[in-house]
Design a protein around this ligand. Structure first.
Ligand SMILES: *Cc1c(COP(=O)(O)O)cnc(C)c1O
Length: 424
């Protein structure tokens, strides 16, 4: 059973000031979880979680995570700029990009961020662009094939565009050592949204054994190993949430088994979780505005896929609660749709829900990561606001809704601009 982190009364109070749709975030949940993550890896001296900015690029939320010693994981110029503006600097920023433009290496170096190379050719790119390699460098690994743990096949890294092969990786460390790099890291992101406590420990084993091999074959002793993202959340009501303390202990055990005997006991463990840090602590709140009965029953809401793309893009399941009807029987079957002229603009298909009346608040769960962030403007639909629900029940606007003037802003150098301005 999934329950909203707030009440219908509170959401109506907020909606009276900031009209639906909006994404709402639960400060209490974010803080409690961030503390658990920190505690779970406290056994490792150098541990740091680099929050994946792409999941929820909101400065208010980044600054909450900063209080728990999180850094940021960036992969674009604007994510670097946002991190910098939020007070993250130097080692607190990981730059894990791929297909990277030169100017982004320049910005990352200017901020002192750790550069994590996705490809061996980037060694030359970074050298050309910066004149020399920074003293600290990291490499992203892709083992190829399929990635299997005890619960079976998890994903297919061999088809993924990221990372270097085993051979390239060894060559990269040797070359970087020759070029004067003194501090080295290893990174891999092999499976997304894993709802099991076994993924990180299994990945850690793969990477720790590789670290030992790197030491033997190249003489490079790694300083940090970055387990990246991929720790998932239970989007479905029957899934069991991961326990980060069990995950942390699982990694600890492999650390003691593999790294310590190899003389690598000073390796720092890094993570780059996005979804796990923020996903369950956000929801998209929208209102039922239209019911349509044709070959199916449709409930049209005032949000659309431009506010939450995951169902349209991946067929992802997001649980829905009709606020105030939590205890009513789910005896109606609806497609819950947005207004885009795209038939995949559906938050739910054939979903069993209580009878929905026009004006009901529809609470779409688990939009705290990869939710608002994936917003777009197709059909001229605008980004909605983001609101932070604080621990004392008060709330704060942390991103205003886009307005037509924002949508049209990039036309400000064209002759039609004057006429457009009259429209807003
Ligand atoms: C997306 C991404 C993450 C975060 O992934 P989650 O599944 O949200 O934990 C971390 N690191 C990199 C490089 C990413 O691209």
């Amino acid at each position: 059973m999934k329950t909203p982190f707030t009440t219908k009364e509170k959401l109506e109070e907020i909606a009276a000031q900031y009209p639906t749709p909006f994404h709402i975030y639960d400060e209490k949940g974010i803080r409690e979880n961030a503390k658990k993550v920190k505690d779970a890896f406290a056994w490792n001296k150098g541990f740091r979680e680099y929050f994946a900015v792409k999941a929820t690029p909101n400065p208010f939320l980044l600054q909450i995570l900063k209080e728990y010693d999180c850094g940021t994981d960036c992969s674009s110029l604007t994510e670097l700029q946002l991190s910098n503006a939020c007070g993250f600097a130097g080692d607190e920023i990981m730059f894990s990009s791929n297909d990277t433009p030169d100017e982004e290496f320049v910005k990352a170096a200017e901020l002192g961020a750790i550069i994590n190379l996705d490809d061996i050719t980037h060694i030359d790119d970074v050298k050309r662009v910066l004149g020399q390699l920074p003293k600290t460098m990291s490499c992203r690994y892709n083992p190829g094939g399929v990635y299997e743990i005890s619960n079976g096949i998890m994903d297919n890294p061999g088809d993924a565009k990221y990372g270097m092969t085993h051979e390239q990786l060894l060559e990269a460390y040797s070359r970087m050592k020759e070029e004067g790099v003194t501090r080295f890291g290893l990174h891999a992101f092999l499976v997304s949204n894993t709802v099991t406590n076994d993924y990180y420990p299994a990945l850690a084993k793969t990477l720790f054994e590789l670290a030992v091999e790197i030491k033997e074959k190249t003489g490079v002793s790694l300083d940090f190993i970055n387990l990246s993202g991929g720790v998932g959340i239970p989007y479905q009501p029957d899934q069991k949430a991961n326990d980060i303390s069990v995950i942390g202990e699982g990694v600890h055990k492999v650390f003691d088994e593999v790294l310590v005997p190899a003389g690598l006991e000073n390796v720092s463990i890094y993570t780059e979780m996005g979804r796990f840090m923020m996903g369950p602590y956000g929801a998209l709140v929208t209102r039922a505005i239209h019911e349509k009965k044709t070959y199916k029953d449709y409930i049209g809401v005032d949000a659309c896929a431009a506010n939450l793309m995951r169902p349209a893009m991946y067929g992802a399941y997001h649980h829905i609660t009709v606020m105030g009807k939590e205890n009513e029987a789910c005896d109606h079957t609806y497609d819950v749709t947005g207004s885009l002229c795209e038939n995949n603009d559906k938050f739910a298909i054939d979903r069993k829900l209580p009878k929905i009346d026009m004006g009901d608040l529809i609470y779409i769960h688990d939009t705290g990561a990869h939710g608002s962030a994936m917003g777009y403007n197709y059909n001229g639909r605008l980004w909605c606001s983001e609101i932070l629900l604080k621990e004392d029940g008060s709330y704060e606007l942390i991103r205003r809704a886009q307005e037509p003037k924002d949508y049209f802003a990039t036309l400000d150098c064209f002759p039609i601009w004057e006429k457009l301005q009259k429209e807003f």
